[in-house]
Design a protein. Sequence first.
Length: 159
Amino acid sequence: MAARCRKGSVQILIKTMLFIFSFMGELEDLRKKKLSQLQKRYMNGGTTLEKKYPDTPIVMLDADLDEHLKKYPVVVIDCWAVWCGPCRMIGPIIEELATEMKGKIVFGKLNVDENPQTSMKYKIMSIPTLLVFKNGTLVDRFIGAMPKEMLLGKLKHYA
């Protein structure tokens, strides 16, 4: 009887071990599948290691401006205000350029009334002012509204 009891315990132990090993194999398969999904997402533009360029202007704030300047090599920020007529004229041009220059230049919009720290830091005295950053450093600024072709000509050598 004791031998039969030991034999039953050993069989239960073996079945348990087989179950655990098969479960570990399933976990390994799930881990490999998840790793593969993450690799595909990183390579195809999800939350990426590779930069994903927006095709519309990014709304920028004092709090996140530096983050955007570090994330993209070339950033053009439209410093504007709601009450500014020329700002409203250049707004649609910035929208169009964001689409046309996707992958080359990232465009942002910064409301100077709501973001006084950035306005003071970059000495924005007139609007609209476009600030051009390359690798996080201010390299150029354009003041006033201008036709799309003129702005495109000024920005081409930064793209």
